[in-house]
Design a protein around this ligand. Structure first.
Ligand code: UDP
Ligand code: MG
Length: 313
């Protein structure tokens, strides 16, 4: 069996893929382990697939999957993990933000007996202050809200042992927050530190809008805390309303009921309306998730499969 497989999801990465493969090849050659590289073309619209085809022609260790459309990185990663059979699998971005040169260190930690070796970045070169701030806030919120500790400043770049891959394959949920899933499976996990480079070419495919959706996905698929928030908000407003009701009642008994209080009425109606809509929104978030899970759709479809040699399933 192949000892090491490298899974590379790629979406519109034609500009960097050849350079990526050159650096990966150099690293793998130096490492000297039997290996496979599996590129997953996530429905790219640029020349990514033709670059992959030229890599297929020039390197016997390369295999490739082409998904039927753009399913998103999490699905592309899952497709890669479903299709590789090795003692250890490295998951790495194609844009050279994850240095392939780190792979020997990941492998060394795996040899010490770790099942999940994740690469934690010490710096975030080329990222704005706002991006750093939002990502720090997200990790802090996740730490508070979720029972599964998700390592900070850690992307998807990591090495998984065979049993970790088999465990991950069993998690078929549609809302795939991979960082959370990697942590959720447990086993022996450790970190290797590195400095993250800026992208070699092209722009990040994550807009702030998509990132905030990813954050909501992360929180709602690993924590029911927001639902509890609705309960607490409801209890607090009900308590306040009760106290205020008694006050109004007693005041009317003692001083009668001159018709006043338009501002208070307005305030109360608006506040209650707001709280109710917020709670409905939170419930809706979870209901939406239930809806996509209930449909039980496959996570991806493969259009073209070029698996060779030992890479099977
Ligand atoms: N990617 C993918 N499908 C997508 C978006 C991204 O397979 O829909 C791949 C992309 O080609 C890259 C990796 O996922 O190899 C990380 O993407 P990106 O650099 O855009 O994300 P970031 O580094 O900003 O987290
Ligand atoms: Mg990137």
């Amino acid at each position: 069996m192949t000892q090491l497989a490298v899974v590379v999801p790629a979406y519109n990465e034609a500009a960097v893929l050849a350079e990526f493969h050159r650096r990966l090849r150099a690293t793998l050659d130096a490492l000297g382990l039997p290996h496979r590289v599996l590129y997953v073309d996530d429905g790219s619209r640029d020349g990514t697939w033709s670059v992959i085809e030229s890599l297929l022609a020039g390197d016997a260790a390369v295999g490739a999957l082409r998904l039927s459309r753009n399913f998103g990185k999490e699905a592309a990663l899952t497709a890669g993990l479903d299709h590789c059979d090795a003692d250890a699998v490295v998951v790495i971005d194609a844009d050279l933000q994850d240095p392939p040169e780190l792979i020997p260190q990941l492998v060394a930690a795996w040899r010490e007996g770790y099942d999940v070796v994740y690469a934690t970045r010490d710096g975030r070169a080329g990222e704005s202050g706002l991006k750093r701030f939002t990502s720090a806030a997200f990790y802090r919120a996740m730490e508070r809200l979720s029972a599964t500790p998700i390592p900070r400043d850690t992307g998807d770049f990591r090495l998984l042992s065979r049993r970790a891959v088999l465990a991950l394959r069993q998690l078929r949920e549609r809302q795939r927050f991979m960082k959370g899933l990697f942590a959720w499976i447990g086993y022996r996990q450790t970190a290797v530190h590195f400095r993250r480079d800026a992208r070699a070419a092209g722009g990040s495919k994550w807009s702030y809008w998509k990132l905030s959706q990813l954050a909501i996905d992360g929180i709602t698929s690993f924590s029911a805390a927001p639902l509890r928030l609705a309960t607490w908000l409801g209890l607090a407003t009900a308590g306040l309303a009760f106290a205020y009701g008694i006050y109004v009642f007693i005041r009317a008994l003692i001083w009668g009921d001159p018709v006043r209080g338009y501002p208070t009425l307005m305030l109360v109606i608006l506040l209650l309306g707001g709280v109710q809509l917020l709670a409905l929104g939170v419930i809706g978030e979870y209901l939406g998730r239930l809806f996509t899970e209930a449909k039980q759709r496959p996570l991806y479809f493969v259009e073209d499969e070029r698996l060779r040699g030992e890479v099977d399933k």
